[in-house]
Design a protein around this ligand. Structure first.
Ligand SMILES: O=C(O)CCC(=O)C(=O)O
Ligand SMILES: [Fe+2]
Length: 351
């Protein structure tokens, strides 16, 4: 299987995984990141990722206090939850999944009209070359800045399928509403002023959409769709299709996030861990590969506006609970440098 002399990462990254699969190529050594499949022989136990009904969080609801308590507990122990009652109809979530699938199923030439450079972030392609010795992900992506609108770069936005742009614009608008609701609810769940996180994120807080396409892989025992990492965002909202693969690391176990067709996974990034002074966890997660089916997901990263300093909310610091993080600026950049070395970055924010 793995040849003795695999091409260097920059050569592999200039090709799409989907192309390699269509050509019947087996994963080469830089894609191999696990040495044997025996660990995965044990199926992960059924996971109990909390499901939170967003519609119950508004104060006019009789059971809002109870749901806020469940939210707080979910984010303190898991760092993520499956959001239902978020107001986005399943038919619209299906539309997003559909345009994403149609985009990736087009011929390579069409997708490459929106190709990114190997060292760029935005556009269609793969992550820039990681540090020496780091494995590559078995995935192709379309990464787009979607908000604020003046950051959109039209050359990266698919022209086909024709409905792609309109659907993504609508999804962006819905994500803005959802981030406002979730940010307020998280603050209330911690007995903080409801706008405190929104103020830290800033009016120009960014939304970036990453469409992930995980091709089938002949060696799921050796290759990951996405390496283990914690997000550098404030938090991330993930739409999955019906193929499971995303796993969250909790209590020394990798636990699969169930595919629930009308739910969105809300997952804390390091910036929320910092702002909550560690009350909410930014969980390590990864994506497995699958030999039978392709998988598509759409991750929307919600990140503080550029140059904005963030830090632990004062209301969360007291005699019993000291400040564990300091103020940081442009954390996402620092996070990226460590990410490329396969490391977490949160320690740089430790007080
Ligand atoms: O594909 C997924 O479900 C997760 C994607 C993810 O973790 C990311 O893009 O950071
Ligand atoms: Fe992630």
């Amino acid at each position: 299987m793995a040849e003795v002399s695999a091409p260097p990462a920059e050569v592999l990254l200039s090709k799409r995984v989907q192309e390699m699969v269509l050509n019947g190529e087996e994963p080469q050594r830089p894609y191999i990141c696990r040495d044997d499949g025996t660990k995965e022989a044990i199926p992960s136990p059924p996971s109990l990722i909390p499901i939170i009904d967003i519609s119950l969080l508004s104060s006019s609801e009789p059971c809002s206090a109870q749901e806020l308590q469940r939210l707080r507990s979910a984010l303190s122990s898991w760092g993520c939850f499956q959001a239902i009652g978020h107001g986005i109809p399943k038919s619209f979530l299906d539309k997003i999944r559909q345009v994403a699938r149609e985009f990736f199923e087009q011929p390579m030439e069409e997708k490459k009209r929106h190709a990114k450079g190997v060292e760029e972030f935005e556009g269609y392609g793969a992550d820039p070359v990681p540090a020496e010795g780091q494995s590559l992900d078995w995935s192709d992506r379309l990464f787009l800045d979607v908000y604020p609108e003046d950051r959109r770069k039209p050359k990266f936005w698919p022209v086909n399928p024709k409905s792609f742009r309109g659907v993504l614009e609508e999804y962006t608008a819905k994500m803005q509403i959802l981030t406002e609701l979730v940010s307020k609810a998280m603050a209330k769940s911690l007995n903080l002023e409801e706008n405190c996180f929104l103020n830290q994120f800033g009016k120009q807080a960014a939304l970036q959409a990453r469409f992930n396409y995980y091709s089938k892989c002949q060696r799921p025992d050796l290759v990951l769709g996405l390496k283990a990492h914690a997000d550098g965002s404030g938090y991330t909202i993930i739409l999955q299709d019906d193929v499971e693969g995303l796993q969250v690391f909790k209590d020394e176990l990798w636990l699969t996030v169930p595919a629930i067709s009308d739910a969105l996974l809300v997952l804390m990034g390091d910036q929320m861990e910092i702002m909550t002074n560690g009350m909410f966890r930014s969980p390590v997660h990864r994506v497995l590969t699958n030999s039978e089916k392709e998988r598509i997901s759409v991750a929307v990263f919600y990140t503080t506006e550029p140059n904005k300093e963030i830090g632990p909310e004062e209301g969360l610091i007291n005699e019993e609970r000291q400040k564990i993080f300091k103020k940081v600026k442009d954390y996402a950049d620092v996070h990226w440098e460590y990410y490329q070395q396969g490391k977490r970055a949160i320690h740089v924010a430790k007080a």
